[in-house]
Design a protein around this ligand. Structure first.
Ligand code: PGA
Ligand code: ZN
Length: 431
């Protein structure tokens, strides 16, 4: 069997923040599949557990235990198994770990093996990963470009984490990316002129970490950059509020722009922002356990995409709960939140079946591995969030999408304003 796993190996590499993470190789004979594992900083508490060593090395962030889990336990157990049966392979990984939150072997260990196995099987089949996973995949994503940042991913005092442009008026992905790049250039000039040279420093995702406190001002700034670049009528806007990190359970309020907001007041603020700017998507508008608040907000803002990240953590069970409760209408999709490709596909499928959108996402701690570009096309998801169009770990994804779009040629679809329209439900790989 050409697809039989013959060796598995992990090593520690560095992510874009300089923290250690895993690189995993799965070999099927002479064919090698490699995947790097990203890491979040603004994480949901229901995410599968990423194994870190504690202690002094790398200030406790070393991943020697997860590396050993792959090399000493997962690798030998996986040898001889079929890399092309992703579903069985992922089920085996979960069983081997044996915990509900993947805390024994580590979701980072499992995720690296799961993704590297998919890559190895695609290589054996002689296909690019997106085509291997879904032979009919052809939808390029609308990029959600994070241009101004706050929250945990920068060092300013802006509450919301990401202020996003969505080039929905572009005819192709390549043109959307050009619009994003030209806007980033224009925005830099505005930021330097208004806030001073040091203000053009960027956050973890290449977004400007401008010293702004007021969320209206930040959104106005992104709009100004878009307008200066000449794209005002082709762009809508998005927010990732990452509201879990603004929530104070003791006072039941959110800290935004220097004051406390009740849930009702925050919903009113969103209503205002949607009225004032063309906001088409809001991620994590409320904290990670507030399914009811998400449902209330979704009713209050018809026509706006309400995305669950920390709320849903790419967990099929939480997505089903969210769909049933009407808690939003889109899933933010990050494989390492749940730990295996199969479960992540199941989460996407649950979202699609509920009539929801799916936005494939990077983590803030990325590597140069562009795998999510293939995954977003494989899902026909139509949306990707992978930072500003700068810094190698971000452009790796965008550049891979340029390549895929060109390969697809006339078959490629750029959904534009239809980014949220659910596409046909698709089965998980190996089903
Ligand atoms: P991360 O968060 O730091 O956990 O990757 C990014 C996000 O909230 O979308
Ligand atoms: Zn988020």
């Amino acid at each position: 069997m050409d697809n039989a796993v013959t060796a598995v190996h992990a090593r520690a590499i560095l992510d874009c923040r300089g923290y250690p993470t895993l690189q995993v190789e799965v070999a099927c004979g002479a064919v090698l599949g490699t995947a790097n594992v990203p890491a979040g900083r603004s994480r949901g508490s229901a995410e599968a557990v990423e194994l870190r060593d504690g202690g002094a090395r790398y200030r406790g962030y070393d991943v020697r235990r997860a590396v050993a889990a792959v090399n000493d336990e997962i690798g030998p157990a996986l040898t001889g198994r079929d890399a092309s049966d992703q579903r069985a392979l992922d089920a085996f990984l979960r069983e081997l770990d044996g915990t509900p939150d993947k805390s024994r072997l580590g979701a980072n260990a499992l995720c690296g093996v799961s993704l590297a196995a998919a890559r190895a099987a695609a290589s054996v089949a002689g296909l690019p990963l997106h085509r291997y996973l879904r032979p009919d995949s052809r939808v390029l994503p609308v990029p959600l470009i994070n241009l101004v940042g706050g929250g945990r991913l920068t060092s300013n005092d802006l509450a919301f984490q990401e202020f996003i442009m969505m080039p929905v008026g572009a005819p192709t992905f390549a043109e959307a990316l050009r619009m994003a790049s030209e806007t980033h250039m224009a925005l830099r000039e505005i930021v330097v002129a208004r806030y001073g040279k040091l203000s053009a420093n960027t956050g973890d995702e290449g977004d400007f970490a401008t010293p702004i406190v007021d969320v209206h001002e930040a959104l106005a700034l992104v709009h100004e950059g878009v307008a200066a670049a000449g794209f005002a009528d082709q762009v809508v806007y998005g927010l990732d509020c990452a509201a879990t990190h603004l929530w104070d359970a003791a006072t039941q309020t959110y800290a935004v722009s220097g004051r406390g907001y009740t849930t009702e007041q925050l919903i009113e603020l969103y209503r205002e922002l949607v009225r004032e700017f063309d906001v088409a998507s809001i991620e994590d508008p409320l904290h990670e356990d507030d399914f009811e608040g998400f449902a209330e907000l979704s009713k209050a803002l018809p026509g706006v995409q309400i995305v669950g990240d920390d709320l849903l953590v790419t967990d099929p069970a939480r997505v089903r709960r969210g769909v049933e409760a009407g808690a939003g209408n889109a899933l933010l999709w990050k494989v390492n939140q749940i730990g295996t490709l199969t479960e992540a596909f199941e989460a996407a499928e649950a979202a699609f079946r509920g009539g929801w959108g799916v936005c494939v996402s990077e983590r803030s701690g990325e590597t140069e591995d562009p795998i999510i570009a293939d995954l977003v096309v494989a899902l026909n998801a139509g949306q990707i969030k992978t930072g500003s169009p700068v810094r190698g770990e971000r452009t790796a994804k965008y550049n891979r999408l340029l390549q895929i779009e060109e390969w697809l040629g006339a078959d490629a679809v750029y959904p534009g304003r239809e980014f949220h329209r659910p596409l046909p439900v698709m089965a998980a790989p190996g089903a």
